[in-house]
Design a binder for this molecule. Structure first.
Ligand SMILES: Nc1nc2c(c(=O)[nH]1)N=C([C@H](O)[C@H](O)COP(=O)(O)OP(=O)(O)OP(=O)(O)O)CN2
Ligand SMILES: [Zn+2]
Length: 149
């Protein structure tokens, strides 16, 4: 049976700031991120299986990405926990704002690496993560490919 790639697309609104960056993105600002998740596998060939003909049910893939990424990052502001932005994050948190402290600079490159690790952990054994595309703006995106890593 042929190997097939399937893709599901997601979107979420997230704030961030690039501490130490030499441009306007050092300021707290936000993006309407778009994430495309592509997995690869062989369509299930057992007619008795409710998922017959599917690599993975799109809704199962959706649940993984929603639980691990979309619901965590949507309407949160992401800061690098290794910078003085931790103080700002704490102030926002105590006032009830949704803040995420991550162990990396929250560029699209580093976020897509984080997302790849999170998704891989939850995929069934027979399915591999093929690639991710994280679009920060209409003109800027980062891609992760299993074949590159
Ligand atoms: N390699 C990277 N460069 C930049 C990142 C990033 O994640 N990786 N992020 C930013 C900012 O957070 C922000 O996304 C600005 O990006 P930019 O494409 O420069 O946005 P603009 O609106 O200025 O772009 P247009 O050219 O007007 O579409 C900065 N760099
Ligand atoms: Zn940005």
């Amino acid at each position: 049976m042929s190997k097939i790639r399937i893709t599901k697309q997601f979107s979420f609104e997230t704030g961030h700031a690039l501490y130490g960056y030499d441009g306007k993105c050092k300021n707290v600002h936000g993006h309407s991120y778009k994430l495309s998740v592509t997995v690869i596998g062989t369509p299930i060939s057992n007619v008795e299986n409710a998922k017959f003909g599917m690599v993975i049910d799109f809704s199962d893939l959706k649940k993984i990405v929603k639980d691990e990424i979309v619901d965590v990052f949507d309407h949160a502001t992401v800061f690098n926990k290794n910078t003085p932005h931790v103080e700002l994050a704490e102030m926002l948190k105590v006032r009830g704002h949704s803040v995420l402290l991550v162990d990396y600079q929250p560029t699209s490159e580093m976020m897509v690496i984080d997302f790849a690790e999170k998704i891989k952990k939850h995929l069934p054994d027979a399915i591999q993560l093929h690639s991710l595309k994280l679009q920060e703006t209409d003109t800027s995106f980062a891609e992760w490919y299993a074949s590159d890593n």
